[in-house]
Design a protein around this ligand. Structure first.
Ligand SMILES: Cc1ncc(COP(=O)(O)O)c(C=O)c1O
Length: 388
């Protein structure tokens, strides 16, 4: 067994031995400062509903649907049956043993990465990783090793060097500014070879990659044994069109995160009403095959139509299409010219992307129509002419 995983198991055992291990109850706030906790109705002295507003009659619509009120940290007041159902549904759908909900992807990474590694350990980061992963890595106190974008030979080399402590590889799956996809199969193989764990941020892949939109693990057809090393981040702020996030992983990793991911332990859980809407949204994503097909058509249309533009689209088969301009000033001018024509495609500048790589980030959606893409490319041609 992986030394890293057995170390986390031992940490869990130590917490249990010291009676510091936390479990979450299923709970529901009730009127008059009561709470239902694992089926038992109790007088509640644990919540933070100081003014009693969670059960105010003005919110009776939410109460009628049994989704009123937030209940403090899930470790103190438990979590709602809607949250429990969402966690289960997400774990089953994404193909992992368990999941945990977070208020956002940023918060998930800030909590989870420092819960896995710290001083004396080493993080291996793709150079183009999202800012939240970089911030979380810094917060952890672990040593940081950065490898060039998707360069597996370099990562292998860095992982081979003698280090103390544990190794965590961190990568976006679908890179948000380039539309490239991390080679997940190779990343997992390297993690197996060097006894590392992999934290994969699939914010842009969930709902998009894989035959059924189950994200990068489905796209790369990962086996159950490979998933044991994976800590998977999915967010609801992209293809799901809402907000919030989840971590999917093995039971024991999820249990460890419940004890130690500080943004989970010390933050109010996702509101029950939000969980209910995410449950509904998950059903929609599962059935969004037609939208995924349409999106693929749009990607092909944009790539075909933009062949004669004076700028190059970064190679990407994903909805993230970057038109590479280079310097900041012409990129801003191009974005401004499109704006005057009623089109919003923002200029992305350093430090979000490297110097001399300013670009227009064109984000495609199944909500676009074919003629919308034609309109965009026509506007780009006109802009190219007028900016010459
Ligand atoms: C790759 C990636 N990871 C994480 C996040 C953060 O997710 P959230 O918006 O849920 O905090 C984003 C958001 O822009 C992202 O692009």
């Amino acid at each position: 067994m992986s030394a890293f995983l057995s170390h986390l198991d031992q940490q869990l055992k130590a917490l249990k031995a010291k009676r510091l291990w936390r479990q979450r109850a299923i709970s529901r706030p009730l009127p008059n400062a009561h709470i239902e906790r694992n089926g038992q109705v109790l007088l509640n002295f644990a919540g933070n509903d100081y003014l009693g507003l969670s059960q105010h009659p003005a919110l009776k619509q939410l109460q009628a649907q049994d989704v009123a009120g937030a209940t403090a940290s899930p470790l103190i007041c438990g979590h709602h049956a809607q949250a429990q159902a969402l966690e289960q549904d997400l774990a089953d759908w994404s193909g992992f043993e368990a999941s945990r909900l977070f208020v956002s992807g940023y918060q998930a990474s800030l909590g989870v990465i420092p819960a896995l590694v710290g001083t004396g350990d080493t993080i291996f980061c793709d150079r183009l990783n999202h800012a939240s992963l970089i911030d979380a890595s810094r917060l952890s106190g672990a040593r940081l090793r950065v490898y060039p974008h998707r360069d597996m030979a370099r990562l292998d080399d860095l992982l081979s060097r003698p280090t103390t402590g544990f190794k965590l590889v961190i990568s976006d799956s679908l890179f948000s500014m380039d539309g490239t996809i991390a080679p997940l199969d190779e990343l997992i193989a390297l993690c197996e070879r060097h006894d590392a764990l992999l934290y994969l941020d699939d914010a842009h892949g969930l709902g998009i990659l894989g035959e059924n939109g189950r994200g990068a693990p489905e796209h790369f057809q990962l086996k159950a044994t490979q998933r044991q090393r994976l800590i998977y981040l999915g967010t609801f702020g992209k293809a799901a069109g809402q907000g919030g996030a989840f971590i999917a992983c093995s039971h024991s990793l999820a249990d460890w995160l419940t004890q130690s991911a500080r943004s989970y332990v010390y933050s109010t859980g996702l509101a029950p009403a939000h969980c209910a809407s995410l449950l509904a949204c998950l059903q929609l994503i599962k059935q969004a095959q037609a939208q995924r097909t349409l999106l693929t058509e749009h990607i092909q249309t944009l790539q075909t139509l933009s062949r004669n533009l004076p700028w190059r689209l970064a190679p990407s088969k994903t909805p993230v299409q970057s038109l590479l301009i280079g310097e900041v000033e012409p990129t801003l001018q191009l974005s401004e010219t499109l704006l005057q024509k009623g089109i919003w495609a923002p200029a992305i500048r350093p430090p979000t992307v490297p110097r001399h790589q300013a670009r227009l980030r064109i984000s495609l959606s199944a909500a676009h129509r074919h003629q919308d893409i034609e309109q965009l490319v026509q506007a780009l041609h006109e802009a190219a002419h007028s900016l010459r």
